[in-house]
Design a protein around this ligand. Structure first.
Ligand SMILES: [Cu+2]
Length: 284
């Protein structure tokens, strides 16, 4: 009989396969000739070369097969990037016959393009693998003999700028390309310095002018200062010659007297109001 633990275990084992996008293997493509293959499912190979040995090679030096994955999740280790391959640098010996299994893990279109190949052998100097949606496509080329670095990227708009870029070095390569995520410095560095000026709210010119022309001393300010001065003099003369304890006692007495007078005053108002209400209520 199934218990809770066994059901949970089965769900745990099955769930990753349910979440993961199904990778479609595009292995029945139509050959259009000239190394161009494609199918109706959005997979394409351009510049495939399985047997023509590049000039200067003499013979194929060796065979290699690699798998390259492309997807959003591979960009997570590169802050600010959106797309990436799972590897950014490739190294091969000259004249290698290279087979590339290209796996797109996203539900969008991605490409794996190699640029700068000799044009007598590769149309537009390019080798191209492409898959729309999660899927796998495989293509083969034979690398030239020159010691050179080739640009590898996805040519969908902004995918290279957002991180889907690499370099393939043949014979050690001749240079390092810029902005290869995790390999070479970015040409345009992200800056976290404040570049936008602080917002300053607009000031009403009439209010600003009024403030500017306002006199430093106003009539009420001078009147307040004069009254304060008179009260200070009066208080000083009242407290003149008294001990500190007498001063405190006088101040306390004044406060109590004023307080009790205030209470009596409010009490009388309240009583009068109450009596009036009482009288009014008896009128009917
Ligand atoms: Cu892409």
């Amino acid at each position: 009989m199934l218990n809770f633990k066994s059901v949970a275990l089965v769900l745990l084992l099955v769930s990753p396969s349910l979440w993961a996008a199904k990778i479609v293997v595009h292995d029945r493509m139509m050959d259009h000739g000239g190394g161009h293959l494609m199918d109706m499912g959005g997979a394409m190979v351009m510049g495939q070369n399985i047997d023509r040995v590049p000039d200067g090679c003499g013979t194929i030096s060796g065979t290699k097969e690699i798998t390259v994955r492309a997807g959003h999740k591979h960009a997570k280790r590169f802050p600010g990037r959106m797309f990436a391959f799972d590897q950014q640098e490739f190294n091969f010996e000259p004249c290698t016959k290279l087979t590339i299994n290209f796996i797109n893990e996203d539900k969008i279109r991605h490409q794996f393009m190699i640029h700068g190949l000799p044009r007598y052998l590769y149309a537009k100097g390019m080798f191209h693998l492409e898959v729309t949606g999660p899927g796998q496509v495989t293509g083969t080329l034979i690398l030239p003999p020159a010691k050179k670095t080739y640009l590898v990227h996805c040519d969908i708009a902004q995918h290279m700028e957002k991180g889907m870029k690499g370099q393939m070095k043949v014979g050690g390569g001749d240079i390092d390309l810029p902005s290869i995520p995790g390999v070479t410095p970015y040409v345009v560095q992200d800056s976290y310095k404040r570049t936008v000026p602080l917002y300053v709210p607009p000031v009403d010119p009439s209010v600003a002018a009024k403030k500017k022309n306002a006199p430093y001393f106003t009539v009420s300010m001078i009147a307040g200062l004069v009254i304060g001065l008179i009260l200070l003099v009066a208080l000083a003369s009242y407290l003149k010659g008294k001990q500190i304890t007498e001063i405190f006692a006088s101040l306390f007495g004044c406060t109590v007297a004023l307080g009790s007078k205030g209470v009596s005053f409010f009490k009388s108002i309240f009583v009068r109001l109450f009596d009036k209400t009482k009288k009014l209520s008896f009128k009917k």
